[in-house]
Write a protein that binds this ligand. Structure first.
Ligand SMILES: Cc1ncc(C[n+]2csc(CCOP(=O)(O)OP(=O)(O)O)c2C)c(N)n1
Ligand SMILES: [Mg+2]
Length: 767
């Protein structure tokens, strides 16, 4: 498949197609043992990115992939370069690609299964398996995942490390197995090794072989790996370089080829050795297992063990040889096994054994459009977020599905009320040693909050897994996470992985922006809003007012409650919130005027008008006929400054309309999709986007957002008018809200000046 993609398929752009023959060959024995013998239909496997061709080949041999795809590796609409749950055909349990994340994903899916079993009754047993490259163990997220208390004692998890002791650039120096063993064992894992193939095992049974085994276990990787490119005589010498005399003596009676065959016979390419260890691990049910399978990168190919083999591929001559070696020719190379042969029969048997009956319990109960909460005259969005969740916890049908999680910030992000009502999840009942009159931290199997250590990477790994619980554990859940907004970036890789994998969840980033003033620059987020706007599948929601948040959160819950499908647009709902309490009056007066139904529609679409500048002038008895006009477009918690600026502008005879963009991403994507349909079909150019219908005047814009000024800087372009984008362009520092707003030009006075300035430059332009 890799050779065809690179050497036979027409290449239109001169770019090397790639594919990883050496990485694939390294894992081929392990994967054959798994799919053709060990796995059960309910097991879920995450495959090392660079072995995706093997996974597709297995799916083909099992009759689960059309032949057409075999010539479409890495082509548009064909087989993806790395396993993709959403884009590849057929069953792919986990998306992988960014090394380390695919390893951790099944661990969190195993934790999700444990949660589902505790709350909804036991599902059929599954193993959550990760096939990992050994260099992936250098990724920090692996160790964050392994050491989190939420992932301990997961007997349903198995990792198999493709222990070829090579990474991309090099042979991994030294012998690291001892360190890794200790790290896993310290985290409570069962560690196993499949090191010796049958020839090695037989050799160790021979007299005087003890020192040979000792030498094999301690020979530096670099020296051992260098044997593979050599002819048998040179390989023998290389292996014995530096070895004690007793090892040289042990091999004295053996031919060079025998020596080479024995010393390279690693357990990761020996079915019996692999299956024996898999069965051993099966007996361990109270902790995760990791098997280090000793393998050869490029096993069985001329590339074997070569330090530069990661991106190397076989030449045409070598492929011809390889084809012959396998008894194939150009006419038969794509054939499945003959159904009458033993191999063919095994394929048929395994196809039926691996057929998964994915019956899912979906969320059938109605989801309210809003809660019945009454809000105070002044509220912060963070506090309201907590109150909404607490209120929803009183709905006995809906609350069953809600599961919250936070990386050690549950109480400081207002999840306390929800936790008080539903408790904290622990697989076993735990005694509470402290009785806190405010927060009831009751831990047991019925709890619905999963508390994590501080790792934000783990937060998004867990949310990603909870959001795919219908796929991996037959039970749909509504996952809700909370994190300090700046640290969304700390978990960004796993957030991207979750959305890329098609997972659905809600996350609150709170508090956000420079508005958490005294906390200082290290805690003030600015570029997170851009992440929320730009990440495909993500909806950024940044409301200012309580009722809007209530509508938007209920709407997000119905979005998350939908069954998982491939290629959905809105998957993750990211609420960027604040602890700043603001008056609700302005919103409530629009609500009274427009009515709930119409206003809710606008809010869900992403923006609504908060102030009509003409009416404001009328109230003041000023004629609007020749008055200059400006649109103040506000996002989030800066609303009070924007409203005050609108009033100040009215006082000097300027029409200042205020629009509140509660979901910058919805507005942005709506504009973008109207543009792309216009580009694809010129006739649709007449279709207005939502923003143009909402803001139909041609006045210039000042946008105001406690986030990078870049995040909303596209508005003027969307409306074809001048814009000044006010936002945060430097790292923050401690101070009061007035200090920081002034420093970042988010204060009322700066907004007024920006408005008069933008009116001035637009007028000059007109002249
Ligand atoms: C996060 C991330 N960093 C870098 C890469 C590029 N990369 C792909 S494979 C690889 C080395 C992998 O070595 P290993 O995990 O040992 O796999 P194998 O030897 O089996 O190919 C690197 C650096 C990547 N895919 N993801
Ligand atoms: Mg490797």
């Amino acid at each position: 498949m890799i050779d065809y993609a690179n050497n036979e398929r027409p290449n239109v752009d001169g770019i090397k197609v790639g594919g990883h023959q050496a990485s694939s060959a390294s894992l081929v024995t392990v994967m054959t043992a798994l799919w053709f013998k060990y796995l059960k239909a309910e097991d879920q496997v995450s495959v090392k990115p660079h072995a995706s061709p093997i996974l597709h080949a297995i799916n083909y041999l099992l009759g689960n992939l059309d032949k057409d795809y075999l010539t479409k590796l890495r082509s548009f609409g064909g087989l993806q370069s790395y396993p993709s749950r959403t884009k590849d055909p057929g069953r792919i349990d986990f998306s992988t690609g960014s090394v380390g994340l695919g390893a951790a994903a099944p661990l969190f899916s195993g934790a999700t299964r444990r949660y589902v079993d505790s709350h909804f009754g036991e599902r059929p047993k599954s193993k959550f398996i990760a096939l990992i490259g050994d260099a992936e163990l250098d990724e920090g997220n692996i160790w964050e995942a392994v050491s989190d208390p939420a992932t301990t004692n997961l007997g349903n998890v198995l990792w198999i490390v493709d222990f070829n002791r090579q990474s991309l650039d090099r042979v991994i120096p030294g012998v690291r197995i001892h360190q890794w063993r200790q790290q896993f064992e310290a985290a409570g894992w069962n560690v196993a090794e499949v090191k010796y193939g049958e020839k090695l095992k037989n050799a160790f049974k021979e007299p005087n072989s003890e020192s040979f085994q000792k030498w094999l276990d301690q020979i530096p990787n670099e020296q051992y790996q260098s044997i593979f490119g050599l002819d048998p005589a040179a390989a023998r010498n290389r292996f014995l370089e530096g070895a004690p005399q007793s090892v040289i003596d042990y091999f004295a009676a053996k031919s060079d080829s025998e020596v080479l065959e024995i010393v390279t016979d690693l357990g990761g390419h020996d079915f019996a050795a692999l299956l024996e260890e898999l069965v051993n691990c099966e007996k361990i049910t109270d902790k995760p297992s990791v098997i280090f399978a000793y393998t050869v990168k490029g096993w069985g190919l001329p590339l074997a063990g070569n330090p530069r083999n990661h991106s190397a591929s076989l030449s045409s001559n070598q492929i011809d040889e390889f084809r012959k070696e396998l008894g194939l020719d150009l006419g038969t190379e794509w054939d499945r096994f003959n159904s009458k042969s033993i191999s063919g029969q095994i394929c048929e048997l395994r196809k039926s054994e691996l057929q998964l009956d994915n019956k899912v319990s979906n969320i059938e109960c109605p989801i309210p459009e809003r809660t019945d909460l009454q809000f105070k005259a002044s509220n912060s969005t963070q506090e309201v977020f907590g109150r909404i969740l607490t209120t929803l916890s009183r709905d006995p049908e809906l609350v069953k599905y809600i599961v919250t999680t936070a990386p050690d910030v549950a109480t400081s992000t207002n999840l306390g009320g929800f936790i008080n009502r539903v408790g904290v999840y622990s697989p076993t009942e735990k005694r509470a040693w402290n009785v806190d009159p405010v927060l009831k931290w009751a831990e047991g199997p019925t709890g619905q909050h999963i508390e994590l250590g501080i790792s934000e990477m783990n937060l998004f790994m867990l949310l990603g897994a909870l959001g795919l619980s219908d796929i991996h554990s037959h039970q749909k859940l509504i996952p809700v996470g909370a994190v300090y907004d700046p640290f969304v970036l700390r978990g960004l890789d796993s957030l991207v992985h979750g959305v890329y994998s098609g997972s659905r969840f809600i996350v609150a980033g709170t508090p956000s922006g420079v508005t958490l003033a005294p906390e200082g620059g290290a805690h003030q987020s600015s570029i997170t809003a851009s992440v929320g706007i730009e990440l495909p599948g993500m909806v950024l929601i940044e409301p200012a007012f309580a009722t809007a948040l209530d509508w938007l959160l209920c709407d997000a819950i119905s979005g998350v409650a939908k069954p998982t499908t491939k290629n959905e647009r809105e998957l993750v709902f990211y609420f960027r919130l604040s602890t700043r309490s603001i008056l609700q009056e302005a919103f409530e007066s629009v609500r009274a005027k427009v009515g709930d139904a119409a206003l809710r529609n606008q809010v869900i679409s992403g923006a609504y008008q908060l102030v009509d500048g003409r009416l404001a002038l009328e109230v003041l008895g000023i004629s609007s006929e020749f008055a200059p006009e400006v649109n103040l477009v506000s996002t989030g918690v800066v609303a009070p400054e924007v409203l005050a600026a609108a009033q100040a502008l009215a006082n000097i005879g300027i029409i200042a309309n205020v629009f509140d963009v509660v979901s910058p991403s919805r507005i942005y994507h709506n504009w973008q999709s109207s543009l792309s349909s216009a580009i694809k079909d010129i006739k649709s150019i007449k279709n207005q986007n939502y923003l143009e219908t909402l803001i139909s005047n041609n006045a210039p814009i000042v946008s105001i957002h406690d986030a990078s000024s870049h995040a909303m800087a596209w508005l003027g372009s969307a409306l074809g008018v001048r814009q000044i984008s006010l936002g945060v362009n430097v790292f923050g520092q401690s101070g009061t809200i007035p200090d920081l707003y002034k420093a970042n030009l988010l204060d009322t006075d700066s907004i007024v000046k920006a408005a008069t300035h933008v009116i001035g430059i637009s007028r000059n332009k007109e002249r």
